[in-house]
Ligand binder design. Structure first.
Ligand code: ATP
Ligand code: MG
Length: 233
């Protein structure tokens, strides 16, 4: 469903952040994306969410060749993607309810259909009391929950989430992981960037690790042990 072949990306010419990233995300798959701070996780998610562009390489999504698309062709694909950005990007002049409702409004749904859905989701994530609050008055974790609700309300074909549980306590983080799993079970492809090795280890999903501008397979504990054995033998 999504394939990247030998992708490179840079912010400053000649200084690639991603050097050679190849990746296939099958439809309905669930992956974690990990790697050190600064490794390029958010950069890769900006590419996959059609915000950043690659300097070289091939990128296919939903059967389309994204590499050759014009700017005007991208919004149609973007509407099929749910994204939780690391800095949330909620609209400060809208209420929580309006922020969460926005993607369905943009998709042309009637208010009468949108509001009950948005309210139900706010209830589930524990933000009902804050439905009329504006984002600047919310805590970090509350903003994060609103951003997640906005990303999942459309039941997107793919959910890209950048450290979506970084501001949540363990119990809430797990609750949201179950939300992502439930969405995945309805067919959504899920990719979650996270530093949180503890959280990742609680779930049995493949992990993609960014290192030196490329994806490496996560070494298992057994491999770690065998290389340790080699060192000490
Ligand atoms: N808009 C930008 N302009 C220039 N350089 C950038 C920009 N965004 C990111 N970078 C650089 O690209 C590199 C990768 O950043 P990125 O945000 O993708 O890392 P990350 O893996 O998401 O890190 P973290 O775990 O801290 O969120 C960093 O060296 C960063 O300084
Ligand atoms: Mg990041």
């Amino acid at each position: 469903m999504i394939t990247l072949e030998h992708i490179a990306m840079e912010y400053t010419p000649g200084q690639p952040i991603l050097k050679d990233v190849s990746l296939t995300l099958e439809r309905g798959s669930f992956h974690f994306l990990t790697g050190a701070s600064g490794a390029g996780k958010s950069t890769l998610l900006s590419l996959l969410s059609l915000q950043g562009r690659a300097t070289t390489g091939k990128f296919h999504m939903f059967g389309e060749n994204v590499t050759n698309m014009t700017r005007e062709q991208l919004p149609k694909l973007r509407r099929r993607i749910g994204i939780v950005l690391q800095d949330y990007r909620l609209l400060d002049h809208l209420t929580v309810l309006e922020n969460v409702s926005l993607p369905l409004k943009v998709a042309g749904e009637a208010d009468a259909e949108i509001t009950p859905k948005a309210l139900e989701l706010l209830e589930w994530i524990g933000l009902s009391e804050h439905q009329n609050a504006k984002p600047p008055t919310l805590s970090g974790g509350q903003k994060q929950r609103a951003a997640i609700a906005r990303a999942v309300i459309t039941k997107p074909d793919i959910l890209l989430a950048d450290e979506p549980t970084g501001n949540l306590d363990t119990e809430l983080a797990q609750r949201f992981m179950y939300l992502f799993e439930a969405l995945n079970q309805t067919g959504t492809t899920v990719l979650i960037a996270s530093h949180d090795e503890n959280l990742i280890s609680l779930f049995d999903y493949p992990t993609l690790r960014l290192k030196n501008g490329a994806l490496v397979k996560k070494s298992s504990t057994i491999e770690d042990l065998s290389s340790f054995n080699e060192i000490i033998s």
